[in-house]
Design a protein around this ligand. Sequence first.
Ligand SMILES: [Zn+2]
Length: 314
Amino acid sequence: MIKSLIVIQIFLIIANCSVTSLKTNQIERGIPYIYQISDLDKNKSTPIKFYKFISADWEVAREGLINLNDPISKSNKLEKGTEKIQIYTYAIEHPLHGVYFIDSGVSVEFLGKEKPISGMIGSVMNIGKLKVLNTSRDIVSKNKFRVRGIFFTHMHMDHIMGVSDFMDDVQLITGPGENGKKSFVNSIIQGTNERLIGEDREINELVFNEKSNFFGLNAIDYFGDKSFIILYSPGHTVGSLAFLINSESGYQLILGDTCHTEFGWIHNVTPGEFTEDQQMNKVSLNSLQSLAKSIPGIQVHPGHQSLSQSVEKD
Ligand SMILES: [Zn+2]
């Protein structure tokens, strides 16, 4: 009896863990964005430079990346197996506000045989199949970036693996509630997450105005000039973000893991088992699909695969 009580107590303690125990600040930035249909036609924002880097090649379980129970997956005869994917990091360079990254890429710590994550997490993540192509340290130094902040599409481990390659004064910015979500899984990964991010770092969670609206999603015009719109797209995780960038090379839409794959985007199918809330993920994905359809020539970036040039979306 006493033994089972202790087990229950331990369970309650660890089941009550958040993504990290790092100090979290709520930050109000930019302007709540209420989309007008004329905005995109008459956009006079200063275009910003956009860079996409492939940090690593990787392979993970298809059933995590794509909802195989979706009728469209079934009609396409998609089955369990491994899917080739990549880890990306993006940089934006605003002429007035400087350089920010979206997701952190992969740090030099992942080059060696000994990875900075526990063996159990490494095997769950299939880390043996991770092939690092560009470390974040190399990306920053080759481009002479003076990085001010990193926005995270969300805080899953494959999106925070590069943080230690950035200076300590680089701000870490997430969506609402992303760092505080309490779950059993988080109790297992909390220590590794903190090791990857750094135990003395602080997380800044964006506050979205509920009246803001961009294709049904709450949105922030971050620099106040419509060049960089941050979209709150919950579902994959509670604080997932997507980003619309008016860049020198045209509009760019970063989906994060609201959609991991090319198949998911082309067929509007949500991710699979890696997603926390399928229904909410679907609502967010539908909004991003409508947004993309309204901007001719927009370039769309799923979380872990790039769309091939030949693919024409209906
Ligand atoms: Zn994810």
